[in-house]
Design a protein around this ligand. Sequence first.
Ligand code: DGY
Length: 321
Amino acid sequence: MTKPNRLLITRILPEPVMTRAARNYELTVNDDDLPYSPEELAAALIGQDGALVSLTEKCDAQLIAGAPETLRILATYSVGVDHIDIDAARRRGLIVTNTPDVLTDATAEIAVLLTLAAARRAGEGERMVREGRWQRWSPTGFLGTGLVGKQVGILGLGRIGRAIAARLKPFGVDLHYHSRNPVDAPEISALTYHPSSLDLFSACDVVIIAAAATAQTRHIVNAAAIDALGPQGVLVNVSRGDLVDEDALISALTDGRLAAAGLDVFQGEPNIDERWRTIRNVFLLPHLGSATIETRIAMGMRALDNLDQFFAGGEPADRVA
Ligand code: DGY
């Protein structure tokens, strides 16, 4: 039986999500699962009523302006919406939804993993064991930094930032944060607010980036911030590569002006700066923040909830434009 609405899904999503989508929509699926080029995406949108896109599809002003009249909603399979020109969507009257909440815990777990891995030099150790270079235990070898009693800062205290704070508290750290305004929530009463990001970096031994990528946060982690963190400092990023001036971070890590970094996200990923591959004191992950089976199913269901609400004539719960 023909279904009333046509939906493009731009990447292969977990099986229960695809099954539910196929039940409710006339589906077009990018079966290759390779990110569409802008031209391929524009062509695939023709004749669609909605699209379930992911962060690998750039939906810029040009694409949105040229989108077919039939297209009324873009549901992104992500909490981040930096790949979508939200102003252009508003101008065109295109609804945009995202997937908040459901990836908070998974992303906070990766932040903790990166913090420990960077502070305790897990990447260097793992490579040494794997490559057969481990010769003996040494009292002074591979010394990292412990977390107990350290000042740990969170840049951006939204859902993910708060979940990171809750997980790190039992490690015996003092928690700090910077966000545009102080956050008023009982569970974070023990966190110290810093009115500027530079104040946060100056006060902390470890800083974890959990703020959204916007024009205002681009390169918020610059040379001054990194130098304020200092030679014993550790930087972790689970947000987007654009928040960090990577040239500044690479030079600080290689010159010994920063102890270590743990990165799940990069500028221009997956085509990352080649220098990352050879820097000893950085722990690298391929954007795994939300990569658990439970989370990726929940993200798909959340995107479909929004699409279903919209096509039933309601207001999608996670509308961002
Ligand atoms: C998001 O949803 O924005 C995440 O980066 C995906 O892991």
